[in-house]
Design a binder for this molecule. Structure first.
Ligand code: AKB
Length: 316
């Protein structure tokens, strides 16, 4: 059996940081190369500084380490992307095409390029959006994700490159900080609840969005990537649903643990982005094809977040 050598882009990011650790547990410390624009403060394993928009640089890291699988986590997210639409298109699209080209040229065995619920816009139903609903995104991030999904399917159909993808909801975890997303409030709220017992939310209280706990997001990624190729019926990106809630529902759940926690709402430009997204999506194909099933709901996620963050030296 071929020994897999993994490369991760965006390894310092919210998901990248946790996925790097998980992949090192699966494949071994010496077989996972973390890359990002800047080196992390602490790195246990192999790290290479890499701008994923630079194809020559990416190729030389792939060749140097004999990479066989690539996980492309580097991206400019929805809210940050709106500040510089053409700049973020350039970063998100060029890096995605570089990953696909590296996959084709260096005959990588598998490539993971995550997508997002941001592929859907206000033309989609508010609840249970079907896998095949025509995506009409309203952010530059969403437009790039739809394009990336289609490029992935193109490389699979034309070149046989094993490209796999998930439409991630907002990801909530204690291990890392999000940056530049519209769903970031759902992580920030925990930090503020513990440090200040109050939070000013940039979304309106009834804005229901799909979310997922980090452990589930990592498990879904590993499970998708481990699945036999003949189980993968979707080569654009699988809808992935775990739980859905509004800021008000999350705040109420936090108050079960921190009774004097208070929240106020000052919606900003991110409210419009959130309003364009569905409250839930239908992931029955992921459940059918590779047995996806989330483990965390609102109560268990809240309990786990508060437990881990309260124990963190940051709040000591
Ligand atoms: C964002 O808010 O932009 C991301 C996403 C849903 O893809 N978390």
């Amino acid at each position: 059996m071929q020994r897999e050598k993994i490369l991760i882009t965006g390894a310092n990011g919210q998901i990248g940081k946790v996925l790097t650790v998980a992949l090192r547990e699966v494949f071994g410390l010496e077989n996972v190369v973390a890359t990002d624009l800047r080196s992390p403060n602490i790195s246990q394993g192999i790290f290479e500084q890499l701008d994923a928009t630079d194809f020559e640089a990416m190729s030389s890291v792939v060749v140097k380490h004999g990479i066989t699988q690539l996980y492309h986590l580097a991206a400019v997210l929805s809210a940050r992307g709106e500040a510089d639409p053409t700049g973020s298109w350039h970063i998100n699209m060029n890096s995605t095409l570089n990953v696909l080209e590296a996959g084709r040229i260096f005959k990588l065995s598998k490539v993971f390029i995550p997508s997002s619920i941001a592929v859907f816009g206000s033309s989609a139903p508010k609840e249970g959006v079907h896998q095949c609903f025509y995506p009409e995104p309203e952010t530059v991030y969403g437009i790039a994700k739809v394009a990336g999904e289609n490029w992935g399917a193109y490389y699979f159909n034309k070149y046989g490159l094993d490209v796999r993808s998930l439409r991630f909801p907002g990801v909530i975890g204690y291990q890392s900080a999000p940056g530049g997303g519209t769903t970031d409030y759902a992580v920030e709220i925990f930090h503020k609840a513990i440090s200040e017992k109050s939070y000013t939310c940039f979304l309106e209280k009834h804005t229901r969005l799909p979310m997922i706990y980090m452990d589930d997001a990592i498990r879904a990624t590993l499970r998708l990537m481990e699945a036999p190729a003949d189980r993968i019926s979707i080569r654009t990106a699988y809808n992935l649903q775990a739980l859905s809630f509004s800021p008000e529902q999350l705040a109420t759940e936090i108050q079960q643990h921190i009774p004097d926690f208070s929240i106020e709402y000052k919606p900003d430009f991110r409210q419009k982005i959130a309003e364009g997204w569905p409250g839930s999506i239908d992931d029955s194909l992921a459940r059918h094809d590779w047995n996806w099933k989330p483990a965390y709901g609102l109560q268990s996620l809240t309990k786990d977040m508060i437990k881990h963050l309260s124990e963190s030296p940051q709040f000591a």
